[in-house]
Ligand binder design. Sequence first.
Ligand code: DUC
Ligand code: ZN
Ligand code: ZN
Length: 496
Amino acid sequence: MDNFDTVIRNGTVATACETMAADIGIRDGRVVALGQGLPRGRDEIDARGLLVLPGGVDAHCHLDQPMGEGLRMADDFRSGTRSAACGGTTTVIPFAAQQRGQSLRAAVEDYHARAEGKALVDYAFHMIVADPTPAVLNDELPALIEAGYTSFKIYMTYDDLKLDDRQILRLLAVARQHGALAMVHAENADCIAWLTEALESAGHVAPKYHAAARPMAIEREATHRAITLAELVDVPILIVHVSGRDAIDQIRWAHAHGLRIYAETCPQYLFLTAEHLGGGYEGAKCVCSPPPRDRANQRIVWDGLSDGLFTIVSSDHAPFRFDDPQGKKPGGKEVPFQYIPNGIPGLETRLPLLFSEGVRSGRLTLNQFVALTATNPAKLYGLNPRKGTIAIGSDADIAIWDPDKQVTIENRLLHHDVDYTPYEGMRVTGWPVTTLVRGTRVWDGGEVCGRPGFGRFLPCGRPDMARPKVVTPADSGHYMANRPDALGQLAQRHDG
Ligand code: DUC
Ligand code: ZN
Ligand code: ZN
């Protein structure tokens, strides 16, 4: 059975564990052989001198997410996944966001309609739970988890999304009972509101004050509170977009206390600082939450990547055009910082930035890079081993990299629909030259060759990594050990 559709030959293949000289045989969209001197395929790709890596899994990005009155995300599933493919990413996980008063199922159905026929790469959905009513907690969420939506995001800030501690506890209990993974946006909403009022009344409304309204202490407090809530429920959580030392300290504390807390960071916390929010209204281009910090914090985030504190690196691509009345200039005006839509683009630059400054400069091994950007996100969200690795039987989602290709990042070279990149002018070494999704080329030789609608929806399994710790009577210091009735109570129905 040597009739391969495609053979990728002579490359250096790297997974999260191994780096090897191997050819890859692909049939019917899957990897079916790994070896040396494989027989010819109908299509041959010569990867001599190149790296052959699992396609990236970008497990935190926002595409065509319904926004408040007058605002619009610049990328839909077509332009967002096109940009992903050109940067070596083959799976994306954006968010089906529930509006208050809306059923969660309706939010998921609406999001499917937005994705239908558009994606160039495969995609799954997280959910955002903004209204955890008894119907959501008792019926909708368990049914959606069962149907393959096995992760959801909880916000501790943003007026239209934030949940209080009681609501968060209830949601974490549902995650525990049904095997889902909760992602937490950890910033203290009241502290932000208070600081914002104070800044505004002092006339400090330029974009740079966005960073002053969200100092690290605010992220630290919320991170510690999220960890505590997860400890009480005895369920793992992921802290998303961790920006610097203070939140990292809390996560290290949690690890030292045996808690299963996962952490995500993003390129903006490695390559940008709060100074990028300066320089007048142009700073709006880098307004995101949490805000970028300073160079000392960048180093601390790098340390957390190399020593294993972080599980994944995602883009948190949240695309708004700068010169757009539906984007960073709402209504066509330069507005006070608190009205600037939060988010920056980064789907296409996530992997090249991390490869260049991480792998090329020696901060990360190639295997760590693969783990952080492909294998771990696939595992965390129940998509492995189909996604995130190169193994017999896995989807042939592959990025072939020229590790020596030098690129100066310019927005005109990128494939999103945003009118800027925060990384304009940065020089990187290494870029994917070919991207395959299920064995089909979607980006090759500088050309987009993927077809909208080729990307498929991926129902997610219940992630192993979301399992609670096993509680035994020997865990005498553990909250649950003294509460033999607690598991039963957590499974109670929510009546109001
Ligand atoms: N912060 C978020 O929480 N989501 C989207 C973008 C951002 O800056
Ligand atoms: Zn967030
Ligand atoms: Zn986000």
